[in-house]
Design a protein around this ligand. Sequence first.
Ligand SMILES: [Zn+2]
Ligand SMILES: [Zn+2]
Length: 258
Amino acid sequence: MTPDYHIHTYFSDGISPHHSYLNQATYACIDEMGFSDHFSILDSQWTVRNDEILDMHERVQTIKKMENLPVEIRFGAEIDYIPGKEKKIRNLIRSLPFDYVIGSVHFIDNWNFDTDPRNFDGRNIDELYDQYFSIVRKAINSQLYDIIGHIDLIKKFGHFPSTNPERWHKKLIRSLKHTGSTIELNTSGLNKPCREFYPDKNFISACFHSNIPVTLGSDAHEANQVGQYFGKAKELLKSIGYRQVATFRKRKRKMEAL
Ligand SMILES: [Zn+2]
Ligand SMILES: [Zn+2]
């Protein structure tokens, strides 16, 4: 089973329509594909507009009902975690019949660090890692989400800490285990200055040894990115010891053979 649960269409900041992703999924040997457009309770350019939410939902439902689909379709979302806004996020999640919800941290305070790298200049990177991972831990502990998205996104622009990141990993893994959360192996980091998957091999290996389930996401923003680097990703997971991958339907997790 090869799922790709992290895909953005033109309803948020992707550029391709749904049917192009479907076609590409067949070439990329994807068995189950989840559309997961961006939602945020903060105002931003790259999220689904309020007046388009119903259209977006209907679009996926229409595809789900099509006959002879080459892949199984899931309805997901990538929803920002903002500390203190848990109630609003919960209401948003409850307003739609998602198969799964990815929780991601794209903001440190009001700084959208993954689209605006300028603020990294002159900052203490270790302190930023501290801040970022403490927000991610809150996201996990909120138990709002099924999957934690690109868990070490703070490295995106190639800023790495001066010390071994294990101390952060250990705390995160404790939270993941305690809440029964799933992580994704997000392959899009290979296209970014960090040149690594999210998370890196050491982190994912530590997750395996703590029995944290994993799923796969390409973070595709255009059709040709569906399933990008999945051969390499599956090889890595298998070499670490993973034999199963997490899939979701109506927010229930089911483990399938990798
Ligand atoms: Zn994201
Ligand atoms: Zn994304």
